[in-house]
Design a protein around this ligand. Structure first.
Ligand SMILES: [Zn+2]
Length: 271
């Protein structure tokens, strides 16, 4: 089993970052605590220790809101009473918990020695990811009143069809999952939406920047300034209007702009 380390720190009043560090990847979850209940935004990969890392941060009842149904965001859902997921990722959740599909995904997404290491754990990860969670499917605009603070769901299809961002309205923070990250966004995976759809999502977020001051992503460096949205808009536009030049990355190709890149399926990849 690979070593898993959790780093937990407050990023504001009653707001926590929980970073799950593994050899093969890193994933961030957030705990938003209101007067009556708390919401966990994502639950990492199904590796030991997540529940314990969150335990003790609050005595309020905790529910889960997933930014999308990828494996490294849904891992500990089974340990909580309720998980909210956007309706459009319902099918992805089924795919992500199908053994053959999962094996294929790991083969294509994880390189070399890391794949060999991760393969040894996939049985346990799959078992824990598929263990019964209690899911409720939601739509764009859903609102969660935690008592004294409210979370607003903004559907941002692109990285997956059912990707969402979460706006902490009173505290002006946007939790962006894998829709806005440092380094890049993957649009070449199964269940991704088109670059046009992703462009509309980031343009929509750009029109809302008077409502948040910083962006807290699902991976990599954090927080991000809101002008990352401009880099993503410019990058996505170059793909959509055909002016992008592409580099090659494993089974995908990518376009770059400023601080970010966007992957799309390689032209010669079998769909
Ligand atoms: Zn993802």
């Amino acid at each position: 089993m690979q070593k898993v380390k959790y780093l937990t720190r407050p990023i504001g009043a009653d707001t926590w970052l929980i970073e799950q560090h593994m050899l093969t990847s890193e994933a961030s979850a957030y705990l938003i605590v209101g007067d009556e209940k708390a919401m966990l935004i994502d639950t990492g990969l199904a590796l030991p220790g997540f529940f314990e890392a969150v335990g003790g941060l609050t005595d309020k009842p905790i529910e889960v809101l997933c930014t999308h149904a990828h494996l490294d965001h849904i891992g500990a859902n089974r340990l909580y009473n309720k998980t909210y997921l956007l309706e459009e990722d319902r099918g992805l959740l089924t795919l992500q918990t199908t053994p053959d599909y999962l094996a294929g995904m790991v083969n294509s997404a994880v390189p070399g020695i890391a794949r060999w290491l991760l393969k040894k754990e996939m049985t346990a990860i799959l078992r824990d990811t598929t263990a019964a969670g209690s899911y409720e499917y939601i739509n764009d605009g859903a609102l969660f009143d935690l008592g004294g603070r409210s979370l607003e769901v903004i559907a941002t299809p692109g990285h997956t069809r059912g990707s969402l961002c979460v706006l902490d309205r009173e505290n002006r923070r946007l939790f962006s999952g894998d829709t806005v990250c440092d380094w890049g966004i993957l649009l070449h995976l199964d269940w991704a939406a088109s670059p046009e759809t992703f462009l509309h999502s980031v343009e929509r977020l750009r029109r809302m920047v008077d409502r948040f001051d910083e962006i807290w992503p699902g991976h990599h460096k954090k927080p991000l300034p809101v002008d990352y949205l401009d880099d993503y808009i410019n990058c996505a536009r170059s793909i959509v209007n055909g002016t992008a030049t592409y580099g090659r990355r494993q089974q995908a190709q990518y376009a770059k702009y400023g601080r970010v890149l966007i992957t799309v399926p390689a032209a010669d990849r079998k769909q």
